[in-house]
Design a protein around this ligand. Structure first.
Ligand code: ADP
Ligand code: MG
Length: 453
C-alpha cells in the first residue's frame, strides 16, 4: 500500500516536488487506525504537515482504508540511504536555522541570501537571439535598461524547459547590478517557499517580508512550483503587490502563460498578466545552429558544420542538452587529441542520443527530409512531379523502407496514396543515385543517421 501511495503522490505532485519534500518519508508503525510516518527533520515534518497531510491521509484511506489518521513524527537518521538524502536533512536544518539567529544578524543573512549569486555566464552577450526568443530578449533588455517602466512591470517570461528563461533573468540581474546600486533578489519559487516556511517556523515572517520588500528588483524563477501552495501564494501575492505599488520591478518566469498556469489563484493570475508577458518559443533549426556555432566558437574548438547540423537535428527540445552534447564532443576531442567528426560524434553521444530515439515514424522521416531540402511537408503526398519535390519524396520513401517495418503498400499510402510499385521504384532509384553521386549519398546518409541515431 505504501508503494502505491508513494506512486500516486509522485504522479500528482511531480518528480521534482516529490524529490524535494516527500522522498524522505519513512513508513512507521500502524497502530489501530493511526499510521506513523517519519521525517528526518522538524523542518521537513512541518512542511509536509502543512502542505501534504490532507493529501497523504486521503490517499491512504483510499489505498488502505484501515488507516484513518496519520501522525507525522521526526526521527533523525531515518532518511533513505542514498548519499544525497543524507545531505539534504542537514542542509535543511542549517538553512532554516539561519533565520533563528538574532534579528540583526538575520537581516544581513537573509539579505545576502536573497541576492543569490548570479551565474556570470548568463549574460545578454552570450544569449543567441533568433525568431523564437527575440521578443523575450527585447523585453529583458528593456527591463534591464529601465526597470519598473510602465507596461513592463511585472515582466512575465514563459516557455519550455531549457529555452533560456533563467539565462535571461540572470542577464537582467547582472546588467542591473553592474550599472548601479540596484538591489536585486533572485530565487526560484521553491526557494521562496522554503524560505517562507522557514520564516514561519522561526516566527520571523516579518523580517522575511521586509527583506523581500526592500529590494528594487525581485525575480522569481519557475513559478509553476508555487502552484497549489495556498499560504505561500498568498504571501507571494502580498509581496508582489507591495513591491509593484512601491515602484519596484518584478520578474517572474514559468513554464506556461499566466492564464495556463492551473492552480494559481485568480487574483494572482490577473496581476501576473497585467504587465508584459513574453513567450519564449521552441527553438527552430536555425536558432539551434546559431547557438551551436556561438558555443563552438567560444570554446575555440573547430566543429564541422555537418556535426553542428547533426546535433541541431537530433536534439530539438532543449538548449541545455544541445549545449551538453557539444561540450561532451569538445571535451572528447580535446582528450584524444583528434578533431571532431561526424563518426566520433555518433560514437561519443551514443548514450545521450539513445534517450531521444523513439521508433522512427514515416511522418518524422517526411518532416526531416522536407526540412532538409526545404520543401513543404504537404509535397510529400502531393501529386507534383517537379524534380525538386519528387526527389526528396523518393528519398523519404527510401528511408521509410529502410528504417521502418512498413510494407511497400503501407508506405505508399502515407505518400498520398501512391502505388506500391511507385515506392519500389523510388527505393531502387535512390539506391542507384547514391552509387552515382557521392554528395547525394552523403545527404541521404546524414538523414539516415539523424533519424536513426
Ligand atoms: P530555462 O530556465 O528556460 O529552463 P536556461 O535559461 O536554464 O533554461 O537555459 C538552459 C541552458 O541553455 C543554459 O545553459 C543557457 O545558457 C542555454 N541557452 C538557452 N537559450 C539560449 C540562447 N538563446 N543562447 C545561448 N544559450 C542559451
Ligand atoms: Mg530555469
Amino acid at each position: 500500500a505504501w508503494l502505491k501511495v508513494r506512486d500516486r503522490l509522485k504522479s500528482e505532485v511531480g518528480e521534482v516536488e516529490y524529490g524535494t519534500w516527500l522522498r524522505q518519508i519513512v513508513l512507521g508503525p500502524l497502530e489501530e487506525d493511526e499510521l506513523t510516518l517519519f521525517l528526518p527533520t522538524r523542518f521537513l515534518r512541518d512542511w509536509v504537515r502543512s502542505q501534504y497531510e490532507e493529501r497523504l491521509k486521503s490517499l491512504w484511506r483510499t489505498e488502505y482504508p484501515k488507516v484513518q489518521h496519520i501522525e507525522l513524527l521526526v526521527r533523525r537518521g531515518t532518511a533513505e540511504n542514498t548519499s544525497d538524502t543524507q545531505q539534504q536533512p542537514l542542509s535543511a536544518e542549517s538553512d532554516s536555522s539561519t533565520t533563528d539567529t538574532p534579528v540583526v544578524e538575520a537581516q544581513t543573512e537573509v539579505r545576502s541570501d536573497l541576492a543569490v549569486p548570479l551565474d556570470p555566464r548568463f549574460t545578454f552577450d552570450s544569449f543567441v537571439v533568433g525568431k523564437p526568443n527575440e521578443f523575450a530578449y527585447a523585453c529583458a533588455r528593456r527591463v534591464a535598461e529601465k526597470p519598473s517602466s510602465p507596461g513592463f512591470n511585472p515582466l512575465f517570461l514563459y516557455g519550455g524547459v531549457g529555452l533560456g528563461k533563467t539565462h535571461l533573468m540572470h542577464a537582467i540581474g547582472s546588467e542591473l547590478t553592474k550599472t548601479g546600486n540596484v538591489s536585486v533578489a533572485y530565487m526560484s519559487a521553491e526557494k521562496f517557499m522554503y524560505r517562507f516556511i522557514a520564516a514561519i517556523r522561526s516566527q520571523s515572517t516579518m523580517e522575511f517580508k521586509e527583506q523581500l520588500r526592500s529590494v528594487d528588483v525581485l525575480m522569481i524563477d519557475d513559478l509553476q512550483f508555487l502552484i497549489g501552495k495556498d499560504n505561500t501564494q498568498e504571501e507571494f501575492f502580498h509581496t508582489f503587490n507591495a513591491l509593484v505599488d512601491a515602484g519596484r520591478q518584478i520578474i517572474v518566469s514559468a513554464d506556461k502563460s499566466p492564464s495556463d498556469l492551473s492552480g494559481l489563484e485568480d487574483r494572482l493570475r490577473t496581476r501576473l498578466g497585467c504587465g508584459m508577458v513574453a513567450d519564449i518559443h521552441a527553438t527552430t533549426f536555425e536558432l539551434r545552429i546559431s547557438i551551436l556555432e556561438a558555443k563552438a566558437k567560444a570554446s575555440g574548438t573547430t566543429v564541422p558544420a555537418k556535426v553542428l547540423e547533426y546535433l541541431a537535428h537530433k536534439i530539438t527540445t532543449n538548449v541545455r542538452e544541445l549545449e551538453g552534447a557539444l561540450n561532451r564532443l569538445i571535451a572528447h576531442a580535446d582528450l584524444v587529441g583528434r578533431p571532431v567528426t561526424l563518426d566520433t560524434t555518433q560514437d561519443v553521444l551514443k548514450d545521450m542520443l539513445k534517450a531521444h530515439d523513439r521508433r522512427v515514424t514515416i511522418e518524422e522521416i517526411q518532416r526531416k527530409v522536407a526540412e532538409h531540402w526545404n520543401i513543404r511537408l504537404t509535397d510529400m503526398s502531393s501529386a507534383r512531379r517537379a524534380r525538386a519535390v519528387a526527389r526528396p519524396r523518393q528519398v523519404a520513401m527510401f528511408l521509410a523502407k529502410q528504417l521502418t517495418s512498413r510494407s511497400l503498400p503501407e508506405i505508399g499510402r502515407k505518400f498520398g496514396n501512391r502505388d506500391h510499385t511507385t515506392v519500389m521504384h523510388a527505393v531502387n532509384r535512390v539506391a542507384e543515385l547514391m552509387e552515382q553521386d557521392p554528395s547525394f549519398a552523403e545527404d541521404v546518409e546524414l538523414l539516415r543517421r539523424m533519424l536513426e541515431g
